[in-house]
Design a protein around this ligand. Sequence first.
Ligand code: ZN
Length: 313
Amino acid sequence: MDSPIQGLHHVTATVDQAQADLDFCIETLGLRLVKKTVNFDNHLVYHFYYGDERGTPGTVWTTFPYKGHGVPVGSNGAGQITVTSFSVPAGSLGWWKARLKARGVAVDDAPPRFGEESVVCVDPSGLSIELVATGRDLRRPWTRDVGADAAIRGLHSVTMTIASPAETIVFMTDLLGFKTVDEIEGRTRLAVNGDEPGKAIDIVHAPGAPRGRNGLGTVHHVAMAVPAADDQLRMREELLRWGAKVTEVRDRQYFQSIYFREPGGVLFEIATVRPGFEVDESAAWLGRDLKLPPWEEPNRSEIEAGLDAIVYR
Ligand code: ZN
């Protein structure tokens, strides 16, 4: 079927400490902080959005730093996104390995897959972050901290660990418009609207694997991008007809969202491209001030007093 889904929109993780997360994402990975706000479902906790200059859908990595809020450390397993992959230029992996090692980040070569080399490192919260070298990513990177010959272009893909992959694959192809684009033993690559970086989800077949537990150091969900609100509503209707439990449309200030679980248990979101991160601050100033949605503004002084002090360039 023709799908309104353009590709990935963002990936969101539950992380540990706010400052360590900022340092890793900005200083080490070289991403731009494009929004500093709070978790709209728990305003005691920050919500950081990182990405390219404008936080273009498909480049966005977001985190909830939950340290000190009673969330236990999570564990990886079935029904989870277990690796988040970013794309970097072909030939830059040696530079990345040296940079990560110099900063005390554990990094290893990943086995080559689907014709692309990659390295995998562990972020301060224990998340597996992969850098995939590719010559196929034409997106313009944010280059304040890492030069264009190595800078992250955006999300490459996510890897989901799934106990019964067949049901997940049928769901993603029939309802979301993904296609199987490649396959190796134990792993299927699905992609939507083409197969360039930023459009793929890998399914690792893990029959009998114990279920993962959400918590610190685990990915919370992956979001896919649709152009407009009516595309989202149409997809919502279709998902409901199929029998999925789908949330109402939620206003996330920078996009509108619906959420549902695929049959393997991974939380999926469909998010609109508009209005984007410039809706409440200018492109030059993105990420500098604490931004709150209108309904949280009356609580600003209480919210600010409760959040950890952080510093970043
Ligand atoms: Zn989300």
